[in-house]
Write a protein that binds this ligand. Structure first.
Ligand SMILES: Cc1cc2nc3c(=O)[nH]c(=O)nc-3n(C[C@H](O)[C@H](O)[C@H](O)COP(=O)(O)OP(=O)(O)OC[C@H]3O[C@@H](n4cnc5c(N)ncnc54)[C@H](O)[C@@H]3O)c2cc1C
Length: 241
């Protein structure tokens, strides 16, 4: 991002926005300010369920503000189910759709179906793009006895030829004991597309050895996912005190 001229400022808040002639003057905590044409504020999403009168009929609200449900999306009231963003599980379209399918299978198909919310691929459609599936390095280190990291940062061949300032970062997070790839993270062009495909392998429980046994498709950026041979870090979980 910085190579493309974007200034990244972390650890501060927007305290005020003022119209200054044709521009906006954005005041930041710490005394700095930025001049901008437009300000975009990413607020996130929260379930909007407070004024529906749910409590009156016995539907409970969970801690995070979503409707409390069990693994089959059933609320505290036996014949009321809730799916999607209102349940505040993973607030994404394909997840809401899957929860709807599972609800229909459970109630109308008479096949109790719980949605598995693990290994849902996600992306940030910024430039460069971020695509990710599975555990992050820190989540894996907190949960696994041994975590192995394979990381590569490189210029894809097509960028080498065009001379564009673009770099790709890839990281595989591997369970050191079972050899399973538990996380795959990509930053760079095509990262979201890669995360969707890698998600199949991660969901299936593919091992690092399976990635290694897969022959590369050259010259792609994704080939790096199957050619990272050298561990860049290995962590043993610290015993809990
Ligand atoms: C700006 C933005 C960008 C997003 N980008 C992505 C993305 O790139 N990829 C992705 O997977 N997800 C994305 N999402 C998330 C995605 O839109 C939601 O996860 C998804 O729409 C959830 O589906 P849903 O059916 O649970 O809720 P919704 O799609 O919000 O549907 C709820 C419906 O209920 C209606 N409603 C609300 N209150 C009442 C009421 N009292 N009575 C009757 N009807 C009511 C609403 O009008 C709405 O039509 C984005 C969301 C936002 C806001």
């Amino acid at each position: 991002m910085e190579a493309h001229g974007i200034k990244v400022i972390t650890g501060c808040k927007v305290t005020a926005i003022e119209q200054a002639s044709a521009h906006l003057s954005v005041h930041l905590s710490g005394g700095n300010h930025v001049t901008a044409d437009c300000v975009m504020f990413a607020t996130g999403r929260v379930p909007n369920v407070t004024k529906l009168g749910l409590e009156k009929i016995g539907v409970e609200i969970a801690k995070g503000g979503g409707i409390a449900i069990d693994e089959y999306s059933r609320t505290a009231v036996q014949n009321i189910y809730a799916v999607g963003d209102v349940t505040n599980r993973i607030n994404l379209t394909p997840v809401a759709i899957r929860e709807g399918h599972a609800f229909a299978d459970t109630v109308f198909g008479r096949r109790p179906t719980a949605v598995d919310h693990t290994n849902v691929p996600t992306a940030v459609f910024s430039e460069p793009e971020i695509g990710t599936v599975g555990l992050t390095e820190s989540q894996a280190r907190a949960r696994l006895i041994q975590t192995d990291i394979y990381k590569a940062m490189f210029k894809p061949m097509k960028a080498t030829l065009s001379g564009r300032a673009t770099t790709v970062l890839m990281k595989l997070v591997v369970d050191g004991l079972s050899d399973r790839v538990v996380g795959c993270h990509v930053v760079g062009e095509g990262a979201a597309e890669m995360a969707q495909v890698a998600a199949i392998a991660v969901k299936m429980g593919a091992k690092k050895a399976d990635f290694d046994a897969t022959i590369a498709l050259h010259p792609t950026a994704a080939e790096e996912l199957v050619t990272m041979r050298k561990k860049t870090a290995s962590y043993a979980r610290q015993a809990a005190e």
